[in-house]
Design a protein around this ligand. Sequence first.
Ligand SMILES: [Zn+2]
Ligand SMILES: [Zn+2]
Length: 97
Amino acid sequence: MKCSRQLELSAAERAFLAPAAPDAVVFCDLQGRHPEPHVATGVETWGGTWWVHWSDCGREIVKKQRCPGQADHGCLLPLGHPGAHSYQLSRQRLINA
Ligand SMILES: [Zn+2]
Ligand SMILES: [Zn+2]
């Protein structure tokens, strides 16, 4: 089960993440009941891969290495994420910006 907590993005966050965040709301991609922060919306750019991290205390967009996952299945979460790999939870596409 995915966590799927929601976060409403600010206009600036949406602009940064576009086109990976066409909607004003993103959903956490980690497995349920994980330690904070929540993680959503990996965006690949020339400068690296960025994720929205948030908790009850705040939020930020951070650059991290992508989880290597397994050969045939790319994991869409950052390296060292808690819980299951994204391909074990759902099929989602990583959008290349
Ligand atoms: Zn979460
Ligand atoms: Zn993973």
